[in-house]
Design a protein around this ligand. Structure first.
Ligand code: DGL
Length: 259
């Protein structure tokens, strides 16, 4: 038993879509969320730079006493997960998996669309996963250009969001994609615009964050790391940006929470 917090890290607000799933599944666990904020977006930065940023973030969460860290950022996972696991070798670390496998298993049209950042899409993790599960399936990858900026600027419910999302999805929908994988943790915040872009089509949108929460629970059990029954959780927020950004993290966390 261990009442120390679970650390959850992202470049900014996006990882809160994972935070809410972890909170829902593990309501007795304290959560310490680190949203970098200062260096967001990560999506088109060089891999080595993202690795250094992820190292600083995980180092901070370790220094704060986290018992497990969730890298709730596909871009940081793609750039740095092997490095992080080697460096922090006693720390259980959960990364983001592009949900290409369930999409390929469930497609009826044989066409799967993946939306993610440029850096995630050119990483080994995506290529390996797409090659492994997408053998008889057409996998269409499209960077969600501008998506992260929309979320970071609270512009999800605007005509600009509708246009940006519809433009990114047009090609994959025209080619018959019936499974759309959200490969960036910011993108579920754009779910309303995504649903409008797919309206009238039989399309499933896959957000991998519930699966990431389940993986977190598995690793807690494996390490006998669950909080004591009845433990009253604390929810804290950290950032490399300023106090105003930290307050935004907290507000967004509780306003997007569906527990
Ligand atoms: N939310 C992140 C991801 O899952 C990073 C987005 C960004 O900073 O570009 O990829």
């Amino acid at each position: 038993m261990n009442n120390a917090p679970i650390g959850i890290y992202d470049s900014g607000l996006g990882g809160l879509t994972v935070w809410r799933e972890v909170r829902k599944l593990l309501p007795e666990e304290s959560l310490l969320y680190l949203g970098d904020g200062k260096n967001c977006p990560y999506g088109s930065r060089p891999r080595t730079e993202v690795q250094a940023l992820a190292d600083a973030a995980v180092g901070r969460l370790v220094a704060e006493g986290c018992k497990l860290v969730v890298v709730a950022c596909n871009t940081a996972t793609a750039a740095a997960i092997d490095f992080l696991r080697a460096k922090y070798d006693t720390l259980p670390i959960v990364g983001m998996e592009p949900a290409v496998k369930p999409a390929c298993l469930h497609t009826r049209s044989g066409v799967v669309g993946v939306l993610a950042t440029e850096r995630s899409l050119d990483g080994d993790l995506f290529h390996r996963t797409a090659a492994r599960y997408g053998r008889d399936v057409t996998v269409i990858a499209e960077p969600g250009r501008g998506f992260v900026e929309l979320v970071e600027n609270d512009l999800e419910a605007t005509p600009e969001a509708e246009r940006t999302v519809a433009a990114a999805m047009e090609g994959m929908l025209a080619r018959g994609a019936d499974q759309i994988v959200l490969g960036c943790t910011h993108y579920p915040f754009l779910m309303d615009a995504i649903r409008r872009a797919t309206a009238g089509r039989d399309v499933t949108v896959i957000d991998p964050s519930p699966a990431v929460a389940r993986r977190t629970a598995e690793l807690l059990d494996r390490g006998n790391l669950r909080a004591e029954p009845g433990h009253r959780p604390e929810y804290r927020f950290l950032t490399f940006s300023d106090d105003a950004y930290r307050d935004r993290l907290r507000r967004k966390a509780f306003s997007c929470d569906v527990a």
